[in-house]
Design a protein around this ligand. Structure first.
Ligand code: DLZ
Length: 161
């Protein structure tokens, strides 16, 4: 369970390589758009602040988090895309679909990442309510969009083994 005091998006600056030539795809779910737009802003700014170029950040929207997997596949199969960041928010109290959607997108994102051998990042919030979501989308617990972007950067910096 997350700490009530911690900025959950804190990270260390180590292991960050040169991102100037890297191309990023960002997928944004339209469900809970107040939250996902904040996630996008955080991810975009973090990429720029770490050396990515605006023209190398490609945004596409999908209807809901469930569609992130296929959207990620469409992006990852493009040779010039180096990493894909999937942003969504599934609020537990609002849907009995919660477990189905969360499990499906987590598995789908993993599958795409392994199939295309590229970082495909799970930037999906799974809170109990909208307040918890906003706390993690630029609020008191940080921004999971930042965290998703820095994860993509760190994975690209690692390169392949
Ligand atoms: C249907 C649905 C529901 C009830 N809740 C959410 C949600 O909280 N967050 C989200 O991203 N998407 C939700 N969806 C939509 C599904 O992700 C998907 O778009 C539809 O089931 C159609 O495949």
């Amino acid at each position: 369970m997350s700490s009530s005091l911690k900025n959950l998006s804190d990270h260390t600056a180590k292991n960050i390589g040169d991102m100037s030539g890297k191309k990023f795809g960002i997928l944004v779910s339209e469900w809970n758009s107040e939250v996902t737009e904040s996630l996008y802003s955080g991810a975009f700014e973090t990429l720029i602040n770490n050396g990515a170029s605006r023209e190398n950040i490609i945004r596409k929207d999908v209807p809901g988090s469930f569609e992130l997997s296929l959207g990620a596949q469409w992006m990852a199969q493009q040779d010039d895309i180096d990493a894909v960041i999937c942003l969504g928010c599934v609020i537990q109290g609002e849907t009995r679909h919660f477990d189905f959607i969360c499990n499906a997108v987590a598995q789908g994102v993993t599958d795409v990442s392994l199939k295309y051998n590229k970082p495909v990042i799970f930037g999906v919030l799974t809170p109990d309510n909208q307040k918890q979501a906003l706390d993690r989308a630029g609020g008191k617990h940080g921004n999971k969009g930042d965290e998703a972007a820095i994860t993509a950067i760190k994975m690209l910096s690692l390169g392949s083994y």
